[in-house]
Ligand binder design. Structure first.
Ligand code: ARG
Length: 602
Protein backbone atom coordinates (compact mmCIF):
# COMPACT_ATOMS: atom_id res chain seq x y z
CA UNK A 1 0.00 0.00 0.00
CA UNK A 2 0.93 3.64 -0.30
CA UNK A 3 2.26 3.99 3.21
CA UNK A 4 4.92 1.34 2.77
CA UNK A 5 6.71 3.09 -0.10
CA UNK A 6 10.31 3.74 0.76
CA UNK A 7 10.65 7.41 1.51
CA UNK A 8 12.89 9.19 -0.93
CA UNK A 9 15.61 11.27 0.60
CA UNK A 10 15.54 15.04 0.27
CA UNK A 11 18.62 16.97 -0.64
CA UNK A 12 19.22 19.90 1.63
CA UNK A 13 21.96 21.22 -0.59
CA UNK A 14 21.50 24.87 -1.39
CA UNK A 15 20.25 25.70 -4.83
CA UNK A 16 19.62 29.17 -6.21
CA UNK A 17 15.96 29.26 -5.26
CA UNK A 18 16.52 27.51 -2.01
CA UNK A 19 15.92 29.51 1.12
CA UNK A 20 18.72 27.81 3.01
CA UNK A 21 18.15 29.55 6.30
CA UNK A 22 14.36 29.36 6.26
CA UNK A 23 13.41 26.50 8.58
CA UNK A 24 9.73 26.63 7.70
CA UNK A 25 10.39 26.33 3.97
CA UNK A 26 12.94 23.58 4.44
CA UNK A 27 10.50 21.61 6.59
CA UNK A 28 7.67 22.22 4.13
CA UNK A 29 9.75 20.53 1.42
CA UNK A 30 10.36 17.52 3.63
CA UNK A 31 6.71 17.22 4.67
CA UNK A 32 5.67 17.60 1.06
CA UNK A 33 7.57 14.41 0.22
CA UNK A 34 5.95 12.61 3.12
CA UNK A 35 2.44 13.82 2.22
CA UNK A 36 2.80 12.62 -1.34
CA UNK A 37 3.78 9.20 -0.09
CA UNK A 38 1.08 9.14 2.58
CA UNK A 39 -1.85 10.19 0.38
CA UNK A 40 -0.70 9.69 -3.21
CA UNK A 41 -4.23 10.15 -4.58
CA UNK A 42 -4.70 13.58 -3.03
CA UNK A 43 -3.29 16.33 -5.20
CA UNK A 44 -2.88 19.94 -4.13
CA UNK A 45 -2.05 19.19 -0.51
CA UNK A 46 -0.05 22.14 0.78
CA UNK A 47 2.16 21.26 3.73
CA UNK A 48 1.01 23.25 6.77
CA UNK A 49 4.09 23.85 8.87
CA UNK A 50 4.21 26.23 11.81
CA UNK A 51 6.59 27.05 14.61
CA UNK A 52 5.35 25.93 18.01
CA UNK A 53 6.68 26.69 21.43
CA UNK A 54 5.49 23.46 23.02
CA UNK A 55 7.58 21.00 24.93
CA UNK A 56 7.16 18.34 22.21
CA UNK A 57 8.92 20.14 19.46
CA UNK A 58 10.00 23.28 17.68
CA UNK A 59 7.73 22.98 14.65
CA UNK A 60 4.62 21.07 13.79
CA UNK A 61 2.87 19.83 10.70
CA UNK A 62 -0.89 20.36 10.89
CA UNK A 63 -2.11 18.46 7.84
CA UNK A 64 -3.57 15.35 9.48
CA UNK A 65 -6.99 16.72 10.49
CA UNK A 66 -7.73 18.40 7.19
CA UNK A 67 -6.57 15.36 5.26
CA UNK A 68 -8.72 13.06 7.33
CA UNK A 69 -11.88 14.98 6.48
CA UNK A 70 -10.94 14.78 2.80
CA UNK A 71 -10.29 11.02 2.70
CA UNK A 72 -12.54 9.51 5.37
CA UNK A 73 -15.39 8.60 3.02
CA UNK A 74 -13.10 7.11 0.41
CA UNK A 75 -12.38 3.68 1.87
CA UNK A 76 -9.07 4.72 3.41
CA UNK A 77 -6.87 2.46 5.51
CA UNK A 78 -6.53 5.23 8.11
CA UNK A 79 -8.66 5.16 11.24
CA UNK A 80 -8.66 8.83 12.08
CA UNK A 81 -6.46 11.94 12.23
CA UNK A 82 -3.94 10.41 14.67
CA UNK A 83 -3.27 7.50 12.34
CA UNK A 84 -2.86 9.93 9.40
CA UNK A 85 -0.38 11.82 11.60
CA UNK A 86 1.50 8.62 12.39
CA UNK A 87 1.82 7.85 8.68
CA UNK A 88 3.01 11.38 7.87
CA UNK A 89 5.67 10.96 10.51
CA UNK A 90 6.70 7.51 9.37
CA UNK A 91 7.00 8.66 5.76
CA UNK A 92 9.30 11.58 6.55
CA UNK A 93 12.40 11.18 4.41
CA UNK A 94 15.70 11.14 6.30
CA UNK A 95 16.96 14.67 6.80
CA UNK A 96 19.76 16.31 8.70
CA UNK A 97 17.32 19.04 9.78
CA UNK A 98 15.12 16.87 11.98
CA UNK A 99 16.47 15.45 15.21
CA UNK A 100 13.32 13.63 16.28
CA UNK A 101 9.60 13.61 15.64
CA UNK A 102 6.44 12.56 17.45
CA UNK A 103 2.69 12.67 17.00
CA UNK A 104 0.55 14.47 19.53
CA UNK A 105 -3.15 15.02 20.16
CA UNK A 106 -5.36 14.70 17.12
CA UNK A 107 -2.46 14.13 14.74
CA UNK A 108 -0.04 17.01 14.99
CA UNK A 109 3.40 15.89 13.85
CA UNK A 110 5.95 17.60 16.08
CA UNK A 111 9.55 17.87 15.08
CA UNK A 112 12.61 18.82 17.05
CA UNK A 113 15.16 20.65 14.94
CA UNK A 114 18.65 19.22 14.97
CA UNK A 115 21.02 21.41 16.92
CA UNK A 116 23.91 20.46 14.69
CA UNK A 117 21.97 21.73 11.71
CA UNK A 118 21.11 24.97 13.55
CA UNK A 119 24.77 25.45 14.45
CA UNK A 120 25.92 24.75 10.91
CA UNK A 121 23.34 27.10 9.40
CA UNK A 122 24.42 29.94 11.67
CA UNK A 123 28.04 29.31 10.89
CA UNK A 124 27.32 29.39 7.15
CA UNK A 125 25.49 32.68 7.60
CA UNK A 126 28.48 34.17 9.42
CA UNK A 127 30.71 33.23 6.51
CA UNK A 128 28.41 33.84 3.52
CA UNK A 129 26.57 36.85 4.91
CA UNK A 130 23.06 37.42 6.22
CA UNK A 131 21.85 38.07 2.67
CA UNK A 132 21.75 34.28 2.30
CA UNK A 133 18.83 34.43 4.75
CA UNK A 134 16.82 36.94 2.74
CA UNK A 135 13.28 36.06 1.61
CA UNK A 136 12.64 34.91 -1.96
CA UNK A 137 9.48 36.58 -3.17
CA UNK A 138 7.49 35.71 -6.28
CA UNK A 139 7.82 39.12 -7.98
CA UNK A 140 10.57 41.47 -9.06
CA UNK A 141 9.35 45.03 -8.87
CA UNK A 142 7.23 46.95 -6.38
CA UNK A 143 6.09 50.51 -5.92
CA UNK A 144 5.87 51.76 -2.35
CA UNK A 145 3.81 54.96 -2.32
CA UNK A 146 4.52 56.59 1.03
CA UNK A 147 5.03 59.82 2.98
CA UNK A 148 3.24 61.86 0.28
CA UNK A 149 2.53 65.16 2.09
CA UNK A 150 0.70 68.03 0.44
CA UNK A 151 2.46 71.13 -0.84
CA UNK A 152 1.96 74.24 1.26
CA UNK A 153 -0.04 72.29 3.79
CA UNK A 154 1.07 70.85 7.04
CA UNK A 155 3.26 67.74 7.00
CA UNK A 156 1.73 66.16 10.07
CA UNK A 157 2.37 63.13 12.26
CA UNK A 158 0.25 61.04 9.90
CA UNK A 159 2.79 61.73 7.20
CA UNK A 160 5.54 60.90 9.69
CA UNK A 161 3.93 57.50 10.29
CA UNK A 162 3.61 56.94 6.57
CA UNK A 163 7.26 57.89 6.11
CA UNK A 164 8.51 55.57 8.85
CA UNK A 165 6.30 52.58 7.94
CA UNK A 166 6.77 53.00 4.19
CA UNK A 167 10.55 53.21 4.51
CA UNK A 168 10.64 49.99 6.53
CA UNK A 169 8.47 48.15 4.03
CA UNK A 170 10.69 49.38 1.21
CA UNK A 171 13.80 48.24 3.10
CA UNK A 172 12.36 44.79 3.73
CA UNK A 173 11.44 44.36 0.08
CA UNK A 174 14.85 45.61 -1.01
CA UNK A 175 16.49 43.10 1.29
CA UNK A 176 14.38 40.46 -0.50
CA UNK A 177 15.98 41.54 -3.79
CA UNK A 178 12.86 43.29 -5.03
CA UNK A 179 13.40 46.36 -7.18
CA UNK A 180 11.53 49.01 -5.15
CA UNK A 181 10.32 52.31 -6.58
CA UNK A 182 10.02 54.59 -3.54
CA UNK A 183 7.37 57.06 -4.56
CA UNK A 184 6.51 60.35 -2.92
CA UNK A 185 3.03 61.06 -4.29
CA UNK A 186 2.99 64.67 -3.08
CA UNK A 187 -0.19 66.69 -3.37
CA UNK A 188 1.16 69.30 -5.77
CA UNK A 189 -1.87 69.84 -7.99
CA UNK A 190 -5.34 71.11 -7.41
CA UNK A 191 -7.43 74.22 -7.07
CA UNK A 192 -5.64 75.56 -3.99
CA UNK A 193 -2.71 76.54 -6.21
CA UNK A 194 -4.67 79.32 -7.94
CA UNK A 195 -5.16 81.01 -4.61
CA UNK A 196 -1.56 80.45 -3.51
CA UNK A 197 -0.14 81.82 -6.76
CA UNK A 198 -2.36 84.90 -6.75
CA UNK A 199 -1.43 85.57 -3.15
CA UNK A 200 2.25 85.20 -3.97
CA UNK A 201 1.94 87.78 -6.80
CA UNK A 202 0.07 90.15 -4.52
CA UNK A 203 2.35 89.87 -1.47
CA UNK A 204 5.63 89.66 -3.31
CA UNK A 205 5.69 91.70 -6.52
CA UNK A 206 9.30 90.56 -6.90
CA UNK A 207 8.20 86.95 -6.32
CA UNK A 208 10.80 85.53 -8.71
CA UNK A 209 13.57 86.40 -6.29
CA UNK A 210 11.67 85.50 -3.21
CA UNK A 211 13.12 82.77 -1.02
CA UNK A 212 11.83 80.47 1.59
CA UNK A 213 12.87 82.73 4.43
CA UNK A 214 10.97 85.67 2.98
CA UNK A 215 7.74 83.72 2.74
CA UNK A 216 8.45 82.23 6.11
CA UNK A 217 6.22 79.44 7.10
CA UNK A 218 4.28 78.08 4.13
CA UNK A 219 1.45 76.94 6.33
CA UNK A 220 0.91 80.47 7.59
CA UNK A 221 1.12 81.63 4.00
CA UNK A 222 -1.55 79.08 3.09
CA UNK A 223 -3.83 80.22 5.87
CA UNK A 224 -3.45 83.88 4.97
CA UNK A 225 -4.19 83.22 1.32
CA UNK A 226 -7.21 81.12 2.22
CA UNK A 227 -8.52 83.94 4.34
CA UNK A 228 -8.07 86.35 1.44
CA UNK A 229 -9.80 83.89 -0.87
CA UNK A 230 -12.79 83.51 1.42
CA UNK A 231 -13.25 87.20 2.14
CA UNK A 232 -12.59 88.95 -1.16
CA UNK A 233 -14.70 88.00 -4.21
CA UNK A 234 -12.36 89.85 -6.59
CA UNK A 235 -9.39 87.89 -5.29
CA UNK A 236 -11.39 84.70 -5.49
CA UNK A 237 -12.21 85.39 -9.13
CA UNK A 238 -8.53 85.99 -9.90
CA UNK A 239 -7.53 82.82 -8.06
CA UNK A 240 -9.97 80.76 -10.07
CA UNK A 241 -8.57 82.17 -13.28
CA UNK A 242 -5.08 81.41 -12.04
CA UNK A 243 -6.00 77.72 -11.78
CA UNK A 244 -7.10 77.72 -15.40
CA UNK A 245 -3.92 79.48 -16.49
CA UNK A 246 -1.75 77.13 -14.46
CA UNK A 247 -3.43 74.02 -15.78
CA UNK A 248 -3.24 75.44 -19.29
CA UNK A 249 0.52 75.64 -18.89
CA UNK A 250 0.93 79.44 -18.81
CA UNK A 251 4.71 79.90 -18.14
CA UNK A 252 4.43 82.59 -15.48
CA UNK A 253 1.95 80.52 -13.50
CA UNK A 254 3.92 77.33 -13.93
CA UNK A 255 6.97 79.14 -12.63
CA UNK A 256 5.20 80.46 -9.54
CA UNK A 257 3.78 77.00 -8.90
CA UNK A 258 7.21 75.41 -9.21
CA UNK A 259 8.58 77.94 -6.75
CA UNK A 260 5.93 77.21 -4.13
CA UNK A 261 6.56 73.47 -4.57
CA UNK A 262 10.28 73.99 -4.17
CA UNK A 263 9.84 75.74 -0.83
CA UNK A 264 7.70 72.90 0.51
CA UNK A 265 10.09 70.35 -0.88
CA UNK A 266 13.07 71.73 0.98
CA UNK A 267 11.07 71.59 4.18
CA UNK A 268 10.06 67.95 3.56
CA UNK A 269 13.67 67.10 2.73
CA UNK A 270 14.83 68.27 6.13
CA UNK A 271 12.63 65.63 7.71
CA UNK A 272 13.75 62.92 5.26
CA UNK A 273 17.40 63.75 5.83
CA UNK A 274 17.05 63.47 9.58
CA UNK A 275 15.28 60.14 9.21
CA UNK A 276 17.65 58.80 6.55
CA UNK A 277 14.76 58.15 4.20
CA UNK A 278 15.13 58.01 0.43
CA UNK A 279 12.17 58.97 -1.75
CA UNK A 280 11.63 59.82 -5.36
CA UNK A 281 9.02 62.47 -5.93
CA UNK A 282 6.42 61.84 -8.58
CA UNK A 283 3.66 64.13 -7.42
CA UNK A 284 0.04 64.28 -8.48
CA UNK A 285 0.96 66.74 -11.26
CA UNK A 286 3.11 64.10 -12.91
CA UNK A 287 0.10 61.93 -13.72
CA UNK A 288 -2.08 64.77 -14.96
CA UNK A 289 -1.26 64.33 -18.66
CA UNK A 290 -2.26 60.65 -18.45
CA UNK A 291 -5.71 61.22 -16.95
CA UNK A 292 -7.73 61.97 -20.14
CA UNK A 293 -6.70 58.72 -21.84
CA UNK A 294 -7.27 56.69 -18.72
CA UNK A 295 -10.78 58.12 -18.29
CA UNK A 296 -11.42 57.44 -21.95
CA UNK A 297 -10.36 53.83 -21.59
CA UNK A 298 -12.58 53.36 -18.54
CA UNK A 299 -15.46 55.04 -20.39
CA UNK A 300 -14.97 52.82 -23.44
CA UNK A 301 -15.07 49.81 -21.16
CA UNK A 302 -18.44 50.98 -19.89
CA UNK A 303 -17.36 51.72 -16.32
CA UNK A 304 -18.07 55.44 -16.25
CA UNK A 305 -21.59 56.78 -15.74
CA UNK A 306 -23.16 60.20 -15.48
CA UNK A 307 -24.37 61.20 -12.03
CA UNK A 308 -25.51 64.69 -10.98
CA UNK A 309 -23.35 66.33 -13.61
CA UNK A 310 -20.25 64.42 -12.59
CA UNK A 311 -18.79 61.30 -14.18
CA UNK A 312 -18.52 58.45 -11.75
CA UNK A 313 -17.81 54.76 -11.34
CA UNK A 314 -20.22 52.75 -9.21
CA UNK A 315 -18.75 49.97 -7.10
CA UNK A 316 -20.91 47.05 -5.92
CA UNK A 317 -21.90 47.28 -2.30
CA UNK A 318 -20.69 50.86 -1.77
CA UNK A 319 -23.40 53.46 -1.77
CA UNK A 320 -21.27 56.41 -2.88
CA UNK A 321 -19.70 56.31 -6.32
CA UNK A 322 -16.08 57.07 -7.18
CA UNK A 323 -16.08 60.48 -8.83
CA UNK A 324 -13.58 60.55 -11.67
CA UNK A 325 -14.55 63.81 -13.39
CA UNK A 326 -16.05 66.59 -11.29
CA UNK A 327 -19.15 68.44 -12.47
CA UNK A 328 -16.95 71.38 -13.52
CA UNK A 329 -14.99 69.03 -15.79
CA UNK A 330 -11.92 68.98 -13.52
CA UNK A 331 -10.04 65.93 -12.34
CA UNK A 332 -9.54 64.97 -8.71
CA UNK A 333 -7.66 62.77 -6.24
CA UNK A 334 -9.34 59.61 -7.60
CA UNK A 335 -8.72 60.37 -11.26
CA UNK A 336 -5.07 60.98 -10.38
CA UNK A 337 -4.81 57.68 -8.52
CA UNK A 338 -6.36 55.79 -11.44
CA UNK A 339 -3.84 57.35 -13.82
CA UNK A 340 -1.02 56.59 -11.37
CA UNK A 341 -2.00 52.90 -11.21
CA UNK A 342 -2.18 52.78 -14.99
CA UNK A 343 1.29 54.31 -15.19
CA UNK A 344 2.78 52.07 -12.53
CA UNK A 345 1.44 48.93 -14.17
CA UNK A 346 2.15 49.78 -17.77
CA UNK A 347 5.14 52.09 -17.76
CA UNK A 348 6.90 51.03 -14.59
CA UNK A 349 5.91 47.34 -14.75
CA UNK A 350 5.25 47.16 -11.04
CA UNK A 351 3.91 43.84 -9.79
CA UNK A 352 2.95 44.99 -6.33
CA UNK A 353 1.81 48.54 -5.61
CA UNK A 354 1.69 49.41 -1.93
CA UNK A 355 0.03 52.56 -0.52
CA UNK A 356 0.85 53.70 2.98
CA UNK A 357 -1.71 56.15 4.41
CA UNK A 358 -3.95 56.46 7.46
CA UNK A 359 -6.91 54.06 7.62
CA UNK A 360 -9.23 56.97 6.81
CA UNK A 361 -8.35 56.53 3.15
CA UNK A 362 -9.21 52.84 3.07
CA UNK A 363 -12.48 53.28 1.24
CA UNK A 364 -10.90 55.51 -1.38
CA UNK A 365 -8.30 52.87 -2.19
CA UNK A 366 -10.82 50.06 -2.01
CA UNK A 367 -12.93 51.78 -4.65
CA UNK A 368 -9.96 52.66 -6.85
CA UNK A 369 -8.63 49.08 -6.73
CA UNK A 370 -12.02 47.60 -7.50
CA UNK A 371 -12.44 49.95 -10.45
CA UNK A 372 -9.09 48.68 -11.75
CA UNK A 373 -10.24 45.08 -11.38
CA UNK A 374 -13.41 45.84 -13.30
CA UNK A 375 -11.28 47.42 -15.99
CA UNK A 376 -9.25 44.23 -16.20
CA UNK A 377 -6.03 45.96 -15.16
CA UNK A 378 -5.71 43.79 -12.08
CA UNK A 379 -6.61 40.13 -11.62
CA UNK A 380 -9.74 39.47 -9.55
CA UNK A 381 -7.96 37.08 -7.19
CA UNK A 382 -6.04 38.72 -4.37
CA UNK A 383 -3.25 36.15 -4.42
CA UNK A 384 -2.26 36.89 -8.03
CA UNK A 385 0.09 39.50 -9.39
CA UNK A 386 0.05 42.31 -10.26
CA UNK A 387 -1.66 43.41 -7.10
CA UNK A 388 -2.32 46.55 -5.08
CA UNK A 389 -2.49 46.84 -1.30
CA UNK A 390 -3.47 49.65 0.99
CA UNK A 391 -1.36 49.64 4.14
CA UNK A 392 -3.47 51.58 6.61
CA UNK A 393 -2.41 52.86 10.00
CA UNK A 394 -4.03 54.39 13.07
CA UNK A 395 -3.68 57.75 14.77
CA UNK A 396 -0.89 59.16 16.87
CA UNK A 397 -2.39 60.31 20.16
CA UNK A 398 -1.22 62.78 22.77
CA UNK A 399 -1.19 62.10 26.51
CA UNK A 400 -4.76 63.43 26.64
CA UNK A 401 -5.91 60.61 24.37
CA UNK A 402 -6.71 63.07 21.60
CA UNK A 403 -4.93 63.60 18.30
CA UNK A 404 -1.30 64.47 19.00
CA UNK A 405 -0.52 68.19 19.23
CA UNK A 406 2.36 70.04 20.82
CA UNK A 407 1.96 72.32 23.81
CA UNK A 408 1.45 75.73 22.30
CA UNK A 409 1.11 75.33 18.59
CA UNK A 410 -1.78 73.73 16.88
CA UNK A 411 0.32 71.52 14.67
CA UNK A 412 3.40 69.50 15.50
CA UNK A 413 6.37 70.59 13.45
CA UNK A 414 8.08 67.36 12.62
CA UNK A 415 11.55 68.85 12.60
CA UNK A 416 11.01 70.17 16.13
CA UNK A 417 9.77 66.80 17.25
CA UNK A 418 12.87 65.04 15.94
CA UNK A 419 15.10 67.71 17.45
CA UNK A 420 13.51 67.16 20.81
CA UNK A 421 14.04 63.39 20.59
CA UNK A 422 17.69 63.95 19.79
CA UNK A 423 18.21 66.57 22.50
CA UNK A 424 16.64 64.38 25.11
CA UNK A 425 18.77 61.39 24.18
CA UNK A 426 21.85 63.59 24.19
CA UNK A 427 21.02 64.85 27.67
CA UNK A 428 20.67 61.26 28.86
CA UNK A 429 24.07 60.38 27.42
CA UNK A 430 25.65 63.39 29.10
CA UNK A 431 24.08 62.31 32.36
CA UNK A 432 25.75 58.95 31.88
CA UNK A 433 29.04 60.87 31.63
CA UNK A 434 29.62 60.03 28.01
CA UNK A 435 30.58 63.60 27.14
CA UNK A 436 33.98 63.10 28.78
CA UNK A 437 34.50 59.68 27.24
CA UNK A 438 33.50 60.42 23.64
CA UNK A 439 34.31 63.07 21.08
CA UNK A 440 31.65 65.69 20.38
CA UNK A 441 31.04 64.09 16.96
CA UNK A 442 30.47 60.68 18.53
CA UNK A 443 28.09 62.14 21.07
CA UNK A 444 26.10 63.83 18.31
CA UNK A 445 26.01 60.76 16.14
CA UNK A 446 24.92 58.43 18.93
CA UNK A 447 22.35 60.92 20.24
CA UNK A 448 20.81 61.06 16.78
CA UNK A 449 20.86 57.30 16.29
CA UNK A 450 19.17 56.77 19.66
CA UNK A 451 16.74 59.72 19.42
CA UNK A 452 15.47 59.11 15.89
CA UNK A 453 15.61 55.35 16.42
CA UNK A 454 13.37 55.77 19.46
CA UNK A 455 10.75 57.71 17.49
CA UNK A 456 10.75 55.14 14.70
CA UNK A 457 10.66 52.10 16.94
CA UNK A 458 7.85 53.50 19.12
CA UNK A 459 5.80 53.71 15.96
CA UNK A 460 6.80 50.43 14.31
CA UNK A 461 6.48 48.15 17.32
CA UNK A 462 2.69 48.49 17.42
CA UNK A 463 0.43 46.77 14.98
CA UNK A 464 0.11 49.62 12.50
CA UNK A 465 -3.70 49.61 12.60
CA UNK A 466 -3.85 50.54 16.28
CA UNK A 467 -3.59 54.10 17.54
CA UNK A 468 -0.61 54.79 19.79
CA UNK A 469 0.30 57.43 22.30
CA UNK A 470 3.31 59.59 21.62
CA UNK A 471 5.42 59.83 24.76
CA UNK A 472 9.06 60.91 24.83
CA UNK A 473 9.73 59.56 28.32
CA UNK A 474 8.44 56.14 27.36
CA UNK A 475 10.17 55.83 24.02
CA UNK A 476 13.50 57.05 25.44
CA UNK A 477 13.42 54.74 28.43
CA UNK A 478 16.42 52.40 28.48
CA UNK A 479 14.28 49.61 29.92
CA UNK A 480 11.37 47.83 28.30
CA UNK A 481 10.55 47.38 24.66
CA UNK A 482 12.27 50.48 23.28
CA UNK A 483 14.92 51.24 20.69
CA UNK A 484 17.16 52.55 23.46
CA UNK A 485 17.08 49.22 25.28
CA UNK A 486 17.76 47.35 22.03
CA UNK A 487 20.55 49.63 20.89
CA UNK A 488 22.26 49.36 24.28
CA UNK A 489 21.89 45.57 24.21
CA UNK A 490 23.58 45.52 20.82
CA UNK A 491 26.38 47.78 22.02
CA UNK A 492 26.97 45.44 24.96
CA UNK A 493 27.29 42.44 22.65
CA UNK A 494 29.87 44.34 20.62
CA UNK A 495 31.77 45.14 23.77
CA UNK A 496 31.83 41.48 24.86
CA UNK A 497 33.51 40.61 21.58
CA UNK A 498 35.91 43.57 21.82
CA UNK A 499 36.88 42.75 25.38
CA UNK A 500 37.64 39.11 24.53
CA UNK A 501 40.59 40.42 22.54
CA UNK A 502 39.89 37.82 19.85
CA UNK A 503 39.83 38.48 16.14
CA UNK A 504 36.24 37.58 15.28
CA UNK A 505 36.87 37.42 11.51
CA UNK A 506 39.54 34.81 12.19
CA UNK A 507 37.19 32.85 14.48
CA UNK A 508 34.50 32.76 11.79
CA UNK A 509 36.92 30.87 9.56
CA UNK A 510 38.47 28.56 12.11
CA UNK A 511 35.97 28.17 14.93
CA UNK A 512 32.96 25.90 15.30
CA UNK A 513 29.62 26.59 16.92
CA UNK A 514 28.44 23.89 19.30
CA UNK A 515 24.99 24.26 20.90
CA UNK A 516 25.52 22.38 24.11
CA UNK A 517 23.63 24.28 26.80
CA UNK A 518 19.84 24.47 26.45
CA UNK A 519 20.00 28.27 26.35
CA UNK A 520 22.53 28.18 23.54
CA UNK A 521 20.11 26.06 21.57
CA UNK A 522 17.20 28.43 22.29
CA UNK A 523 19.29 31.37 21.10
CA UNK A 524 20.47 29.48 18.02
CA UNK A 525 16.97 28.47 17.01
CA UNK A 526 15.70 32.02 17.44
CA UNK A 527 18.57 33.38 15.34
CA UNK A 528 17.73 30.98 12.55
CA UNK A 529 14.09 32.03 12.65
CA UNK A 530 15.07 35.47 11.37
CA UNK A 531 14.56 34.31 7.78
CA UNK A 532 10.96 33.22 8.19
CA UNK A 533 10.09 36.24 10.33
CA UNK A 534 11.31 38.76 7.74
CA UNK A 535 9.43 36.85 5.11
CA UNK A 536 6.25 37.08 7.16
CA UNK A 537 6.74 40.79 7.94
CA UNK A 538 7.31 41.38 4.24
CA UNK A 539 4.42 39.42 2.82
CA UNK A 540 1.92 40.69 5.40
CA UNK A 541 3.41 44.20 5.43
CA UNK A 542 3.67 44.18 9.22
CA UNK A 543 6.84 45.79 10.63
CA UNK A 544 5.71 45.01 14.20
CA UNK A 545 6.39 41.32 13.53
CA UNK A 546 10.05 42.15 13.01
CA UNK A 547 10.13 44.41 16.10
CA UNK A 548 8.73 41.63 18.24
CA UNK A 549 11.33 39.23 16.90
CA UNK A 550 14.13 41.69 17.64
CA UNK A 551 12.92 42.34 21.16
CA UNK A 552 12.67 38.59 21.86
CA UNK A 553 16.14 38.05 20.44
CA UNK A 554 17.54 40.63 22.78
CA UNK A 555 15.69 39.11 25.75
CA UNK A 556 16.82 35.58 24.94
CA UNK A 557 20.41 36.73 24.55
CA UNK A 558 20.48 38.72 27.78
CA UNK A 559 18.22 36.80 30.13
CA UNK A 560 18.95 33.26 28.98
CA UNK A 561 22.18 32.85 27.08
CA UNK A 562 24.32 35.58 28.62
CA UNK A 563 23.05 34.99 32.16
CA UNK A 564 23.67 31.25 32.07
CA UNK A 565 26.55 30.71 29.70
CA UNK A 566 29.89 32.26 30.51
CA UNK A 567 31.51 33.55 27.34
CA UNK A 568 34.98 35.03 27.86
CA UNK A 569 37.37 32.68 29.61
CA UNK A 570 35.14 29.59 29.34
CA UNK A 571 36.04 26.33 27.61
CA UNK A 572 33.38 27.13 24.99
CA UNK A 573 34.67 30.65 24.41
CA UNK A 574 35.08 30.41 20.63
CA UNK A 575 31.67 28.92 20.00
CA UNK A 576 30.02 31.43 22.32
CA UNK A 577 31.81 34.41 20.81
CA UNK A 578 30.53 33.25 17.44
CA UNK A 579 27.01 33.15 18.88
CA UNK A 580 27.52 36.72 20.15
CA UNK A 581 28.65 37.76 16.69
CA UNK A 582 25.69 36.04 15.04
CA UNK A 583 23.32 37.80 17.45
CA UNK A 584 24.97 41.14 16.68
CA UNK A 585 24.73 40.47 12.94
CA UNK A 586 21.03 39.60 13.07
CA UNK A 587 20.28 42.58 15.35
CA UNK A 588 22.08 44.95 12.99
CA UNK A 589 20.09 43.62 10.05
CA UNK A 590 16.86 44.13 12.02
CA UNK A 591 17.91 47.71 12.86
CA UNK A 592 18.75 48.30 9.24
CA UNK A 593 15.37 47.02 8.08
CA UNK A 594 13.63 49.23 10.65
CA UNK A 595 15.63 52.26 9.50
CA UNK A 596 17.49 52.48 12.82
CA UNK A 597 21.23 53.24 12.90
CA UNK A 598 23.02 50.77 15.18
CA UNK A 599 25.20 51.88 18.07
CA UNK A 600 28.44 50.03 18.78
CA UNK A 601 29.37 51.40 22.16
CA UNK A 602 27.59 52.78 25.13
N1 ARG B 1 -1.33 63.36 -0.19
C1 ARG B 1 -2.16 62.40 0.45
C2 ARG B 1 -2.43 62.84 1.89
O1 ARG B 1 -1.73 63.66 2.42
C3 ARG B 1 -1.57 61.01 0.45
C4 ARG B 1 -1.31 60.43 -0.89
C5 ARG B 1 -1.24 58.93 -0.85
N2 ARG B 1 -0.95 58.35 -2.11
C6 ARG B 1 -1.82 58.23 -3.13
N3 ARG B 1 -1.42 57.67 -4.23
N4 ARG B 1 -3.05 58.64 -3.01
O2 ARG B 1 -3.35 62.35 2.51
Amino acid sequence: SATTKTPQSVSTMATEEDNVGNIKRQLAKIFDVSLRTTVPDETDVEPLVAACAGKFGDYQCNNAMGLWSKIKGKGTQFRGPPSVGQAIMKNLPPSEIIESSSVAGPGFVNVVISKNWIAKSIQNMLIDGIETWSPRLPFKRAVVDFSSPNIAKEMHVGHLRSTIIGDTLARMLEFSNVDVLRRNHVGDWGTQFGMLIEFLFEKFPNWEEVTETAIGDLQTFYKASKQRFDSDPVFKEKAQQAVVLLQGGEPKYRKAWAQICEISRSEFNRVYERLGVQLEEKGESFYNPYIPNVIKELTDKGLVEESQGARVIFIDGINIPLIVVKSDGGFNYASTDLAAIWYRLNEEKAEWIIYVTDVGQQQHFDMVFRACKRAGWLPLEDNKYPKTTHVGFGLVLGEDGKRFRTRNTEVVRLVDLLDEAKNRSKAALIEREKAAEWTEAELEQIAEAVGYGAVKYADLKNNRLTNYTFNFDQMLNDKGNTAVYLLYAHARICSIIRKSGKNIEELKKTGTIVLEHEDERVLGLHLLQFAEVVEEACTNLLPNVLCEYLYNLSEIFTKKFYSNCQVVGSAQETSRLLLCEATGTVMRKCFHLLGIVPVYKI
